[in-house]
Design a protein around this ligand. Structure first.
Ligand code: AMP
Length: 633
């Protein structure tokens, strides 16, 4: 048995040997020529020359072997009051039928397909069917709305969109097909030939002749029992997943096929300590990276049943999650601090009513796991909640307690040590390591391990600018987070260093929301800031200046309109928690809004050392801004 230190050291010092051995555990049509090609750094390529298919590895490999009759996908929907379990064989059949249908409708290798679906089995069939035929899927979270979807359509230029009549949120329909229609109206590209609509019988659809097609009819007509999986190069894109950046335009994170597959497969054993006999439940949504990796690909690659849950932790009551664990004997659960915080509010009997003795491991990611939540969950579950840190770009853990290798002592609030293949450091603005225990920027030394983003879709330049060009003479991957590396080697995350918020574990760009707020006719200028929130981690605060002719009596109405506008255009997750009107927004020398000042004053923080609060302002400017803001809130 290797220790964590040995394993990690080996992954850093001999990456080709380390990852090459792990790749052998999977199926390749053609073996790679080179494990790692770093000749065009920072565009790292893994298993170059190798040919594989991730759908074959996640589905066929098990359906054609002894796991054929074993549960693969368990769908539990308190929203629709339905459940369904598919074996690997049944999943194989469904994926083949849909893959044949997509092909018959003209989807080709390399085409982009947007999946805008609720958490139903068909959404997972869709991802796997795309992967099977070599189409690049781009799943858009079903909680995002018109502008968000239109932006993604414009960027990905899909030939097809897969959707459903509606999703359900606390029993109320979210009319997905209608949102697709409106997004296509708003989009500036005209690449979508078909919209395939899953009819769940929740709302009535209007179907556009020639473009919109009924899912079931098409699958009945074109479905085939077998579609040869496309032989994909390891370096071919598997998917695009959009995430927020510091501009209004979302970043299309591009994932490869082979590197991602190898890293995810290895992570199941090394990080989650999961293998045969386990039942895995990631409570996320397929619209997020956690859902891509740990609802769909990783558990299936490992051949363990994955639970697909359509619902919320507190609907129809706060006992629903715990009943799912008891019903299916979940052994490993992967959740988020925001959900645990929400559940902590309810009386303990909701949890105590269910038998949770099957649980062996509980993980959390997406935002810092705060002490009180960690203490509560650990005591209630009788298990330590294992925090781990990663981001959309990484596809899997960057910092983790790799319990499958070695259970390291937990320090509550720290996600522990660098994950395999990640060589992390905390540095100053010049890229030099800061002394242990001091705050700095969290960076990853090249080469990036398999599974990390290839680039940003159609935008190599933005990839370089966003992640690689911050330090003059050093090529380091910038995570965008502040961190501390302590004397024992534990990492502590201190929040984003850029203008990106983390609301309920999900990244939202301030620019995206500002653009929507500024489109309101009464607004002269707006700033969006993430502020501390007990339940969500961060909440969206809008601070804006009204146009001169607006009278104070109209403020409440305008605030409500702004909330509504953001919900409609971006989605409920971005709904502003607070909307404040001020007479002026404080700015730095170069005209940047002093967000840190506004945030600090709003939160009532101790302003402390004013010299570091804004990069681009004098101490006097900051002091004056603090005084102005104090008068405004
Ligand atoms: P996303 O790409 O939406 O998954 O967001 C990634 C960001 O969430 C990271 O850059 C961090 O700011 C934050 N994050 C994720 N996991 C953790 C964690 N375990 N502890 C602290 N912050 C986290």
């Amino acid at each position: 048995m290797m220790s964590y230190q040995e394993m990690h050291q080996c992954s850093i010092s001999q990456p080709a040997e380390f990852w090459g051995a792990l790749a052998e555990e999977l199926h390749w049509y053609r073996k790679w020529d080179t494990v790692l090609d770093d000749s065009n750094a920072p565009f790292f390529r893994w298993f170059v020359g190798g040919e594989t298919n991730i759908c074959y590895n996640a589905v066929d490999r098990h359906a054609l072997g002894p796991k054929r009759g074993q549960a693969a996908l368990i769908w539990e929907s308190p929203e629709a009051d339905q459940s369904r379990t598919l074996t690997f064989h049944e999943l194989y059949r469904e994926v083949n039928r849909l893959a044949a249908t997509l092909k018959a409708l003209g989807v080709q290798k390399g085409d982009r397909v947007i999946i805008y679906m609720p958490m139903v089995p068909e959404a997972i069939f869709s991802m796997l069917a795309c992967a099977r035929i070599g189409a690049i899927h781009s799943v858009v979270f079903g909680g995002f709305s018109i502008s968000s979807l239109a932006n993604r359509i414009n960027d990905a230029e899909p030939t097809m969109i897969l959707t459903a009549d509606a999703g359900l949120r606390k029993g109320l329909p979210v009319p997905l097909k209608e949102i697709v229609d409106e997004s296509l109206e708003l989009a500036t590209v005209d690449t979508v030939k078909h919209v395939l609509v899953l009819e769940r019988g929740i709302v009535k659809n209007t179907m556009k002749e020639g473009r919109d097609l009924d899912w079931q009819t098409q699958v009945n007509e074109h479905g085939k029992p077998y579609v040869e999986p496309e032989r994909m190069l390891s370096t071919d894109p598997l998917y695009i997943l959009y995430t927020s950046g510091t501009t209004g335009k979302p970043k299309g994170v591009v994932r490869d096929t082979g590197g991602y597959m190898v890293a995810l497969h290895a992570s199941m054993g090394h990080i989650y300590d999961v293998g045969d006999g386990d039942v895995y439940w990631s409570t996320s949504d397929i619209g997020w990276v956690v859902g891509h990796s740990y609802i769909v690909y990783a558990p299936l690659l490992k051949g363990v049943p994955t639970i697909v849950f359509e619902g919320r932790p507190d609907h129809p009551d706060p006992g629903v999650w715990w009943r799912v664990i008891e019903k299916y004997g979940v052994t490993c659960m992967f959740t988020a601090p925001t959900a645990l915080r929400a559940l902590r509010k309810f009386p303990e009997h909701w949890m105590q009513q269910s038998d949770l003795s099957s649980l062996k491991r509980v993980f959390s990611a997406g935002e810092p796991l705060d002490g009180p939540t960690y203490d509560w969950a650990t005591a209630m579950l009788g298990l330590p909640v294992i925090d781990h840190y990663w981001q959309t770009e990484s596809g899997w853990s960057m910092i983790a307690n790799s319990v499958g290798i070695e259970d390291l002592p937990i320090k509550s609030g720290s996600p522990t040590f660098a994950a395999m293949g990640h060589h992390l450091e905390v540095v100053d603005i010049d890229g030099n390591p800061v002394p242990r225990g001091e705050k700095g920027l969290l960076v990853d030394y090249p080469p990036l391990p398999p599974g990390m983003l290839l680039t940003l879709w159609n935008d190599d330049d933005r990839y370089l600018k966003s992640y690689w060009t911050h330090f003059k003479d050093k090529q380091l991957y910038l995570t965008g987070d502040y961190a501390i590396h302590d004397a024992d080697g534990y990492f502590w995350l201190l929040g984003r260093a850029d203008e990106v918020m983390n609301v309920s574990g999900h990244r939202l760009g301030t620019r995206e929301i500002e653009e929507v707020v500024s489109s309101h006719p009464a607004i002269a200028e707006a700033s969006v800031i993430g502020v501390r929130d007990e339940l969500r981690g961060e909440a969206v605060l809008v601070v804006s200046v009204l146009k001169a002719h607006i009278v104070p009596a109209e403020q409440d109405k305008i605030a409500n309109e702004i909330r509504q506008l953001v919900r409609e255009r971006i989605g409920a997750i971005a709904t502003p928690h607070g909307v404040h009107f001020v007479s002026t927004l404080p700015k730095t020398r170069s005209g940047k809004i002093m967000r840190r000042v506004i945030r600090a004053v709003y939160q009532g923080d101790n302003i402390g050392d004013l010299s570091t609060i804004e990069d681009d302002a004098t101490v006097d400017m900051v002091r004056e801004a603090v005084e102005i803001m104090k008068g405004e809130f």
